[in-house]
Design a protein around this ligand. Structure first.
Ligand SMILES: NC(=O)c1ccc[n+]([C@@H]2O[C@H](COP(=O)([O-])OP(=O)(O)OC[C@H]3O[C@@H](n4cnc5c(N)ncnc54)[C@H](O)[C@@H]3O)[C@@H](O)[C@H]2O)c1
Length: 257
């Protein structure tokens, strides 16, 4: 039987890479995003490659949208096996200038979204009476706290904590919860981080913040969506059945835990 996965925020970036890899692994995949035109484009591309995918628009910050993506997945593919809480947003601001709006938006998407997604997926796994896997997007910023990224780092620390506690509570249902913690991947998220860091710096030129961060990577290259997808593919597979509550770094040698 083919397994079914949902990847939130998968119209582009790391989520798209993860969704593509899971399709290649033989999953039926629900591609999900808040950006409808980009979502439609990605679904079209994947279908042209012959993959069995279905697009669902949604905002992870809304609890009803997260339950809806699970409902639509089951209506379309008949079941759910893996739910990937990938969607997330960055925030780059000097600490003294962090405002309520940034805190609320970042926590609503990165943290509340992960909680609601996990609840919706777990409810379905329990109803199905099957094992299930929840896989969260954490970050090196869930292990270290970075300058200019205080809000973002706080949200990813919260994701790490929810990964631990939900894993403990859901284990009795044979539901595992793990997280992938990427380092410096060249997606549109890092384009924005670089732009904002340069804006707030006296001596950085465009591209230099990204270069500075990347130059610390032991393996001497920045990360690709494929690097991240390699780990997620494993975490989504039966080979990871005995792993739960882990937040695994995939960063080329940057943060050591
Ligand atoms: N790029 C990196 O270096 C890096 C490093 C560590 C962790 N991460 C994490 O990986 C995940 C993916 O990052 P990325 O670099 O691909 O980001 P990205 O900005 O390139 O892509 C994010 C995708 O999520 C979608 N999205 C945003 N808000 C949403 C919402 N409220 N509901 C549904 N979809 C939404 C966007 O439309 C976009 O398609 C994020 O959780 C991010 O924090 C990224």
């Amino acid at each position: 039987m083919e397994k079914v996965a949902v990847v939130t925020g998968s119209a582009e970036g790391l989520g798209k890479g993860i969704a593509h890899r899971l399709c290649k692994d033989g999953f039926k995949v629900v591609v999900h995003d808040i950006n409808e035109p980009m979502l439609n484009q990605t679904v079209k591309e994947f279908k042209e490659e012959g993959f069995d995918v279905h697009g669902v628009v949604g905002n992870v910050a809304k609890r009803e949208d997260q339950f809806n993506v699970v409902k639509e997945t089951v209506a379309h593919f008949g079941r759910l096996d893996v739910f990937i809480n990938n969607a997330g947003v960055d925030a780059i601001t000097p600490f003294l200038q962090v405002e309520e709006e940034e805190l609320n938006r970042s926590f609503q998407i990165n943290v509340n979204g992960t909680v609601f997604g996990t609840q919706a997926a777990a409810e379905q796994f329990i109803k199905q009476e099957t094992k299930g896997k929840v896989i969260n997007a954490c970050s090196i910023a869930g292990h270290e706290s970075y300058e200019m990224l205080s809000t973002y780092s706080a949200t990813k620390h919260a994701v790490r904590s929810f990964t631990h506690s939900s894993a403990k509570e859901l284990a009795k249902h044979q539901i595992t919860v793990n997280a992938y913690c990427p380092g410096i991947a060249k997606t549109r998220m890092w384009d924005r981080i670089d732009e904002e860091m340069v804006k707030h710096s006296d001596n950085l030129k465009p591209g230099e913040a990204f270069e500075q961060y990347s130059s610390a990577i032991a393996l001497q290259r920045y990360q690709t969506p494929e690097d991240v997808a390699n780990l997620v593919s494993f975490l989504a597979s039966d080979d990871a059945d005995y792993i739960t509550g882990q937040t695994i770094l995939t960063d080329g040698g940057l943060v050591y835990r």
